[in-house]
Design a protein around this ligand. Structure first.
Ligand SMILES: Cc1cc2nc3c(=O)[nH]c(=O)nc-3n(C[C@H](O)[C@H](O)[C@H](O)COP(=O)(O)OP(=O)(O)OC[C@H]3O[C@@H](n4cnc5c(N)ncnc54)[C@H](O)[C@@H]3O)c2cc1C
Length: 380
């Protein structure tokens, strides 16, 4: 365990690993990642790993589009196949209010270069032949949205960061953050103390606890979400299908399995077990949207955790009360898809440069200033 580091990152998920890698590209290499378990043991290894750019706020469109631009070249850049494929995203509109909302969204998306558009029910059926077109009136489609392998993306960033000199301590927990006045001065772990002026909180579901180690209270909480995978059948479509109204998302992966999830009302907790109740709810809703799966057997079901904020938008950037304490947390159900651009923005701000996307509206201060982010296109 080193006695000091320029930056200590708490959390070895996709966000912490990507931030470490982006920092090395900017010349900071004296970095420690602390991971209390194994890489991808948190939300990253439990996520649906859908990557969409169809958002309703310009800032979110820019974070997502910037991330897709990075995802497109990431396997080459990191010399590790992250299995990114762009099969598109089909978003179902079930009523006139949603159609109006999506019209506004598409204008914003197109203005930043995202090639989304409306499709009729007929065209939606051409994109996804087994979909039940009785359940929606129109859809939006973006062909450059897609999916990547979350484990491989996490490992690819971590390996590239390690190759550039970053030290990753697995099974090592941050236990305390020592301040000198209002500045970060050290991180105490279960294996020793590291002096550092900068700590990045990339601890996913445990973000509130890690902030509390520095005496900071952030309004994040964790909530169970579940996914399941069916047995494979002949591949029929490549797009991800989602409905904000039902809270469902599903795709057929290249091997032919269906992977899907749905949001359910849950109390805040760290419970990551899967449940029969959710399975019954999920399959009931699913059969309306995709009747073809009716007699398929299930291969696997699992639970994970969304780290949420009161407005379902992440908390990014240095905390106003503690110099050197940087949050990259609270991503709700979309931290994987915006991790690449988030990492660029956080790394830029650490080296004192302007991030390519203005993330200042995402500071923790927005909650007590009454400046919550109202994003109309969130699942679950
Ligand atoms: C069922 C489900 C489906 C999802 N689907 C999608 C999707 O389709 N698209 C999408 O973009 N996002 C999706 N998400 C959200 C996505 O998984 C997360 O937003 C993202 O993975 C967050 O990454 P992270 O690196 O911040 O957190 P994590 O991957 O949770 O990493 C945080 C790490 O910090 C470590 N840690 C915590 N405390 C400490 C400590 N004190 N000391 C040391 N280490 C510590 C943990 O062990 C953990 O490994 C989904 C999530 C779930 C649960």
């Amino acid at each position: 365990m080193p006695r000091s580091a320029e930056v200590v990152i708490v959390g070895g998920g996709v966000v912490g690993s990507a931030i470490a890698y982006e920092l090395t590209k900017r010349g900071i290499k004296d970095i420690v990642i602390l991971e209390k378990s194994y890489l991808s043991s948190g939300s990253t290894g439990r996520c649906g790993a859908g990557v969409r750019q169809q958002w309703g706020l310009e800032m979110n469109c820019r974070l997502a589009k910037g991330s897709v631009d990075i995802f497109e070249n990431l396997s080459d850049e990191l010399d590790y196949d992250i299995e990114f494929r762009q099969g598109g995203y089909l978003i179902l509109a079930h009523n006139d209010a949603q159609v109006q909302q999506f019209e506004q969204n598409i204008k914003i998306q197109n203005s930043v270069g995202i090639p989304s558009r409306f499709v009729s029910r007929q065209e939606a059926r051409e994109i996804c032949p087994p979909i039940n077109t009785d359940t929606f009136i129109k859809a939006t489609y973006c062909p450059t949205d897609g999916h990547a392998n979350p484990f491989r993306t996490n490992f690819a960033y971590a390996k590239a960061a390690e190759g550039a000199g970053v030290k990753i301590f697995r099974y090592t927990e941050a236990k305390q953050i020592i301040l000198n006045g209002n500045k970060v001065s050290a991180v105490v772990t279960d294996k020793g103390t590291i002096n550092t002026p900068i700590v990045v909180n990339a601890s996913g579901p445990w973000s509130k606890e890690v902030a509390a180690l520095a005496g900071i209270d952030i309004p994040t909480y964790s909530e169970r979400h579940q996914c399941l995978v069916s047995e494979p059948i002949e591949p029929m479509f490549e797009t991800m299908v989602i409905s904000f109204q039902i809270g469902i998302y599903l795709q057929q992966v290249p091997h032919g399995n269906f992977v899907m999830g749905i949001g359910e009302t849950e109390e805040p907790s760290y419970n990551m077990r899967s449940s029969w109740q959710w399975l019954e709810f999920m399959t009931g809703e699913l059969l309306d949207v995709l009747p073809v799966v009716k007699n398929l057997r299930l291969v696997r079901q699992w639970g994970g955790s969304y780290n949420r904020t009161p407005d379902a938008a992440p908390i990014l950037g240095e905390h106003s009360q503690v110099e050197g304490f940087i949050n990259a947390v609270g991503f709700s159900g979309h931290g994987f898809m915006i991790a690449p651009m988030t990492a660029v923005c956080i790394a830029q701000s650490i080296v004192g440069k302007n991030p390519p996307v203005d993330i200042s509206p995402l500071s923790a201060d927005r909650f007590h200033k009454g400046e919550m982010i109202i994003e109309p296109s969130v699942v679950g």
